[in-house]
Each structure stands twice: as C-alpha cells, then as structure tokens.
Design a protein around this ligand. Sequence first.
Ligand SMILES: [Zn+2]
Length: 210
Amino acid sequence: MNDIAKFIEGFRRFQQNYFGDNKALFKELKQGQRPSTLVIACSDSRVDPAILTNCEPGDLFVVRNVANLVPPYEKGAGLHGVSTALEFGVRSLEVEHIIVLGHRQCGGIGALMQDGTPESKGEFIGNWVNIARRAKERVLADLPDASAEERVCACEEQSILVSLENLLTFPWLKERVDQGKLNLHGWLFDLEHGKLVAYDASTGKFESLT
Ligand SMILES: [Zn+2]
C-alpha cells in the first residue's frame, strides 16, 4: 500500500472508530474551540505534540515550524505565521499555558550549529534557524572543547530558552504572564529514550517531568 492509500485507510478507521466513539465531543467542538494550551513544536515527523501528550481534538492550539522557534516581536509587513498564532491563541483564545516543545536529533538546530553563513544553508532554512543564533553563541562560548554532538544537544536546550525569551517580547503576552494569567514552559522530548524533560528556572537545568 502506498502512503496516500495508507492515510485514507487511516482516516476511514478514524471515522469509524474515533469519530464514531466521540460524537459528543465533536458536537461540542462544533460550537468552538477552548484549548487551555498553545504548543510550539517542530515540524519534524517524529514529534507530534498531540500524540506525545495523548491529547484529544480541542486540547491543544498548535504551531509547528522548523526547530520550534519563536521569532521576536516585530511589526511590519512580513508574513508572521508564528506571531499570528500567538496573537490568536493569547488574545482571543486566552490560553493559560504556552509550551515550547523541542526535541533531540533536531535537524533545524543541527543546521544552525553548522559552520557557514545563513545564506549558505538553503534559500530559507539558514535565515529561519538564525532566530536562535543567541543560543548558538552561548553554546560556543560555554562549551569550547565539546564535541559537535554535545554542542547540538546543548543548543537544542538553549534554543528553547531563546524562544521563551522571545515570547516575552510580545507586549500583550508579557502582560498576561506578569498578571499570572499565562504560564510559559520549555519542554524537550528525547525520542531515543522516550523521555520528556522541562526547563526548571530554579536550577537552570532541564529536569525529568515523569
Ligand atoms: Zn526539529
């Protein structure tokens, strides 16, 4: 069976089983969505946030992009996909949590850590992952003798912190954080070991969540 046939067959099973078993849920969702949580995750095919957290439709408002990055608040004519999702999630849906969900073996962070100019890394990729250049600079300064692999791992963590910092550059988002109405979380999924860790500001480290 080719992949498209597999997806259609998968939808048929979803329709018969999941949709059929959850008619009340979908009837309620037809009225609108009220997710409590916005997730910023990587586009990587291995790290679907709804699968990882065993969530139902309606639970998560999700943005996915290469390396789960949040650009800083910027006005102007650019096409701000992430900022649009943040605006809708925070100001209209009034989510109570934002989770930046990174992962190990992230190709986007690998590209960021490669030598060369952003322009040398593809038409769009280099400039995009350069959002987290602060993370790269910190890793290079803090781990001068580490292996390339160790540096990528450290940058996977640091880039989550850069995204959390960039979230706070959105004035209406910071206001809700300051008011205690919105909580920010930095999580990292280790797909090799099946573990989830979260940034703990009190220790400055990523600690196991389970
Ligand atoms: Zn990734």
